[in-house]
Design a protein. Structure first.
Length: 574
């Protein structure tokens, strides 16, 4: 049987079958709709107390039946016919509506985005939830006809109210030919851009609750912009709301949901990203209301990790993290488990067919956890070999994009990938670093390890999956906590890293805060950091400033760590 799209929760199976029968009713190619079809559509819409959208091609075939408004039930871009900017899509939408108003701007924007031939709105008698009333044409009181015009400011026009009989008498073929000719002759190619794109156009949603300081909220939104851009998306706009606490069903209030839906249509967004974790039911409710895919901050981070993972171990840990995150969200997810295609939140294991049965995914998670345990055991053996060689270890930790990989490259001549983006590298890299003691001229060999970058509220699924990698931090002798001093939220970054380190079972006793990118900060910021962290080291990895001081301080901390009796001999000379 054909699918019924949109929000079908609460609709009886018998009513679903009635909706499916519309697929069998072919319409005449020279008319928008028949009288019988319009009456039947009005009847079932009133019965289920929901608006219905029916999408029909120029051959009169019903290609999509969906429960919801035109803005909520849009045809996905990849399913729309590809045409030139001067052509319409060859599909028109017939929608039912309970309010006696012309189609709203959100519906008209949806029509423009899909380049529909026309939007026909059937106004039903009795209003939403009203008593079933009969009229001359069943439940249909009147209709509005909207079509696109070559006007950049307002690219549509709406007819005055039409009787159903007048609507049915309209010659569809002649009207569409006339509209397309007018568009072709006066075409502004920016009016109908190609909406099929590999790049996600994203609308961000930020919720400021009472427990979040204003500065932290603003910093979080700015970071989310960077995350979306790193994942390959384009941020089209941001919507914010202040509430004492999140709405249990839709995160934000009902009025704000309507604003989000309208703004998404206005800016052409095909993805909504929230700045906090949302539940599966909240995502489903929002998608039903807005008609656009909704994800949260964690899914964006997981998507970035899926793109960045290069080694087999990295891919293994990313897949485990994604599946652990998705498992509690499988129930009622509201979309097919097979996510073929591209886009933020769909990479990694989502590129392959995901079995819909929970037990199959649980078995896969168990298998991955076993492989991660084997990876952990392998790393343990490598660390034991290092300990036998009595080579001390420095671990670089810090907020993502603080410059850890750059510093590793500068100090050890490594060739680790670096870029001005979040989570540029995932796989830990260890290189030998030879430091000459300026006083004794003694050459000392240590190991310098670059670890995965941290971020505010690092998703628990990632912490668990990357525990084999994060143990490089646990087993180090000294931590070098690198901080991007040029970032306006550097103080918050320090706190976030310290929070994550505090959750680890054990960490080295000795650590050193290293402020990086001092060549890009003003004197006031530098002075503030020096006053608050007098023991810190200030460097610029790219300009090679302060690196000798960093080496000296690192040796001092290593010597202090190795000064314990059982570690007296844990120094090697090259």
């Amino acid at each position: 049987m054909q699918n019924i799209y949109g929000n079908i929760q609460g609709i009886k199976s018998s009513q679903i079958k009635l909706l499916q029968r519309f697929y069998e009713q072919r319409q005449p190619g020279d008319r928008f709709i028949t009288l019988e079809f319009a009456q039947a559509l009005g009847e079932i819409s009133t019965e289920i107390h929901q608006p219905i959208c029916c999408y029909i091609n120029r051959r009169g075939q019903v290609i999509r039946i969906a429960v919801g408004t035109p803005s909520q039930t849009q045809i996905p871009p990849e399913e729309l016919p590809r045409h030139s900017a001067e052509r319409l899509s060859g599909i028109h939408c017939v929608a039912t509506q309970f309010k006696s108003d012309p189609p709203d701007e959100a519906a008209l924007i949806a029509m423009a985005r899909q380049r529909l031939d026309a939007l026909v709105v059937l106004i039903l008698v009795g209003g939403e939830g009203g008593r079933h009333k009969k009229a001359a044409n069943g439940n249909v009181k009147e209709a509005f006809l909207a079509n696109l015009v070559p006007n950049a400011e307002k690219p549509w026009e709406i007819s005055p109210p039409l009787s159903l009989d007048d609507l049915i008498e309209q010659d569809f073929d002649d009207l569409v030919d006339e509209w397309e000719r007018e568009i072709s002759e006066n075409s502004d190619r920016t009016l109908f851009p190609d909406i099929v794109s590999d790049t996600d156009k994203v609308l961000l949603v930020g919720l400021k609750t009472d427990d979040i300081p204003q500065q932290r909220f603003e910093d979080g939104l700015q970071e989310l912009v960077r995350l979306v851009e790193t994942a390959g998306g384009i941020v089209a706009d941001t919507v914010e709301q202040k509430r004492s606490r999140p709405h249990p069903q839709t995160v934000v209030g009902k009025g704000k949901v309507e604003e989000i839906a309208f703004q998404a249509q206005k800016v052409g967004a095909n993805l909504i990203v929230f700045d906090r974790d949302i539940s599966a039911s909240q995502a489903r409710n929002l998608e039903n209301e807005i008609g656009i895919r909704v994800i949260d901050r964690t899914e964006v981070i997981l998507d970035i990790f899926a793109q960045r993972a290069q080694s087999q171990a990295g891919k293994l840990q990313v897949e485990l993290a994604q599946l652990e995150y998705m498992l509690p969200r499988l129930r009622g997810q509201g979309r097919e488990m097979s996510r073929l295609g591209a886009g933020i939140g769909t990479r990694g294991p989502g590129e392959t067919k995901l079995e819909t049965e929970r037990r199959v995914i649980q078995r896969r998670i168990a298998q991955l956890q076993q492989e991660v345990n084997q990876l952990q055991a392998h790393r343990d053996r490598i660390r034991q070999q290092r300990q036998k060689q009595e080579i001390p270890v420095l671990a670089l930790v810090g907020y993502t994009n603080a410059g850890k990989s750059t510093l590793l490259n500068v100090l050890t001549n490594a060739e680790v990938y670096t870029a001005d983006q979040l989570f540029a590298t995932l796989d830990p890299t260890t290189r030998k670093l030879v430091i000459t003691n300026p006083e004794t001229q003694e050459r000392r060999t240590i190991l310098l390890t670059d670890t995965v970058g941290f971020i505010h509220e690092l998703p628990p699924a990632l912490i668990d999956a990357f525990r084999a990698t994060l143990e490089e931090v646990v087993e180090a002798n000294v931590l070098l906590h690198l901080v991007d001093l040029s970032h306006p939220a550097w103080e918050s970054h320090i706190a976030s890293v310290q929070e994550i380190l505090a959750e680890m079972p054990t960490i080295p006793e000795k650590s050193l805060i290293v402020f990086n990118k001092i060549d890009s900060v003003d004197s006031e910021t530098l002075k503030k950091a020096q006053q608050e962290y007098p023991s810190a080291v200030f460097i610029s990895a790219t300009k090679r400033l302060g690196l000798e001081t960093l080496k000296e301080r690192s040796l001092q901390l290593i010597d202090e760590t190795l000064a314990k009796p059982e570690l007296q001999n844990a120094v090697t000379q090259s």
